[in-house]
Write a protein that binds this ligand. Sequence first.
Ligand code: 5GP
Length: 143
Amino acid sequence: MSIDGIYDQNNIFKKIIRGEAPAIKVYEDDKHLAFMDIFPESRGHTLVIPKVDSRNYLDLPADVIGEYMFVVQKVARAVCNALSPDGVRIMQYNGEEATQTVFHVHFHIVPCYRGIPLTAHAKGAASRAELEEIAARIRQHIS
Ligand code: 5GP
């Protein structure tokens, strides 16, 4: 998939927005959703999406970016306050060549812990119970 293209109404994140696929949510409002990545690169890997149909950051309508970035920061702060990592990566990929695999725009919040390397992108699945436990902690820190 190139950077340009038609928005697929059946991509997995759109299904999560519509309630047709499950997600372990940590934050939701009428325009945004944040949920646990099921193939986390570290403990607490969280995804933040706007609900507007956009394949990537380049597609996003300019008037949604400000509030979306505010929500990304809000969720990143909650992740850090809940899990006390030593650092956090806030990342976003556009196009297959840039390793984007789900074509609904999203930011990754990936906590980094000293001495613990990140695991591979979009590979090993975490246990649902563990993700639920982490999500409950993060939810408590959403302001
Ligand atoms: P991308 O590669 O597009 O930047 O990131 C997509 C992310 O979505 C990956 O980190 C991958 O682990 C995650 N992911 C893929 N399928 C699902 C899913 O069904 N549910 C959730 N919660 N995350 C997913």
